[in-house]
Ligand binder design. Structure first.
Ligand code: PMP
Length: 360
């Protein structure tokens, strides 16, 4: 069976070279006579895997000194709770910018643990743009400012980093991390589920500034404290070893592609190709303001929703899979993470043109 172009929002396509390397090493990793899955997480062989993976990530992000990198579990969803539990007291207020459904979920969870000030919420525009900073109601005494750089469902992306002043900036980068160069020095805390641009599901990446590692409130379970994970090299309990290993292969692959400058340029080209095709057609539409459009997740609708099923079936037959939009919004969504090649986008655009002409 041939590989397809997989436009899933996550778990998402991985680079073929990474899968092939993992396959080649599957039953005998580096002369151990075992799979990585069978290695003790405390043994030398896996410790080297873990260290190499972190070193590659640090090199990719050109991570400044003063940050801890944690390889955790629980998904980005658990970070919705861990951020307030570690960075805010119950009496404190945290600022949140809401540009879509993931931001809303982050707010709902944070409200369980601290006060939340929704500094901006784009509901009025139907979440079709990043709200202009002039209208944000930020608090000087906020414990942190949280935002979602890329809303995976609505396809709304910040193409710049908010100015949080002296307040620690916290970002849910689940669907945008490693998609372009990133000035990590602007952030207090970054977290991301792995299953889009990093590797297999089950791993959650956390990058936390040193001064925010030890600030968890009293009474928080050990496994929810950044300090516990940082102190144990992310091996406070058994980590998701295989996912950690594959993430390392992905980081190596990204370095081989030329790093985040090159990857970012390729991603910009891919997104431009698809948005141009949508805008030039009279048949497909994307509601997001051009300056806020996501490079990673491109939602689009057909002029006749009755044709959605036919579009999906014919796309599938053409080897273009997982184009169905999120169940909450319908329509289509093409996710163009790092592992999606330009040829996948070109093939999709060609298919969309043919589909439109056949129906016209
Ligand atoms: N935040 C964003 C922006 C996401 O896209 C997702 C998953 N699609 C999540 C959070 C939730 O991530 P997880 O399933 O890893 O908890």
């Amino acid at each position: 069976m041939a590989r397809v172009y997989n436009f899933s929002a996550g778990p998402a396509a991985l680079p073929l070279a990474v899968l092939e390397r993992a396959r080649d090493e599957m039953t005998d990793f580096a002369g151990t006579g075992m799979s990585v899955m069978e290695l003790s997480h405390r043994g030398k062989a896996f410790r080297e895997v873990a260290e190499r993976s972190e070193a590659a990530l640090r090199s990719l992000l050109q991570l400044p000194d003063g940050y801890r990198v944690l390889f955790l579990q629980g998904g980005a969803t658990l970070q919705f709770a861990m951020a307030p539990l570690n960075l805010a007291t119950p009496e404190a207020t945290a600022d949140y910018l809401v540009t879509g459904s993931w931001g809303l979920k982050a707010v709902a969870e944070a409200r369980r643990f601290c006060h939340v000030n929704v500094a901006a919420d784009e509901e009025a525009s139907g979440y079709t743009r990043v709200p202009p900073p002039a209208g944000w109601r930020l608090r000087d005494d906020a414990a942190y400012l949280h935002y979602t750089p890329n809303e995976t469902i609505g396809g709304v992306e910040f193409h710049w980093i908010p100015d949080a002043g002296a307040v620690p900036l916290v970002a849910d980068m689940s669907s945008s991390i490693l998609s372009r160069p990133l000035d990590v020095g602007r952030f207090g805390l970054i977290y991301a589920g792995a299953q889009k641009n990093i590797g297999p599901a089950g791993l959650t990446l956390v990058i936390v500034r040193d001064d925010l590692v030890e600030t968890a409130r009293d009474g928080v379970a050990s496994m929810l404290r950044y300090a516990v994970h940082a102190g144990a090299g992310s091996m406070s309990n058994t980590p998701p070893t295989f996912a950690w290993y594959v993430a390392g292969l992905v980081f190596d692959w990204l370095l081989e592609q030329g790093g985040l400058e090159a990857v970012g340029a390729a991603n910009a080209r891919k997104a431009e190709t698809l948005y141009r095709a949508i805008d030039d057609s009279g048949f497909y539409a994307n509601p997001v303001e051009p300056g806020s459009r996501s490079r990673m997740n491109v939602p689009f609708t057909l002029a006749e929703p009755g044709l959605d099923a036919a579009f999906l079936a014919q796309a599938e037959a053409a080897g273009l899979t997982n184009l169905k939009g999120h169940r909450s919004v319908g329509g289509m969504r093409a996710s163009l993470y790092n592992a999606m090649p330009q040829s996948g986008v070109d093939t999709l655009v060609e298919f969309m043109g043919e589909f439109e002409r056949a129906r016209a």
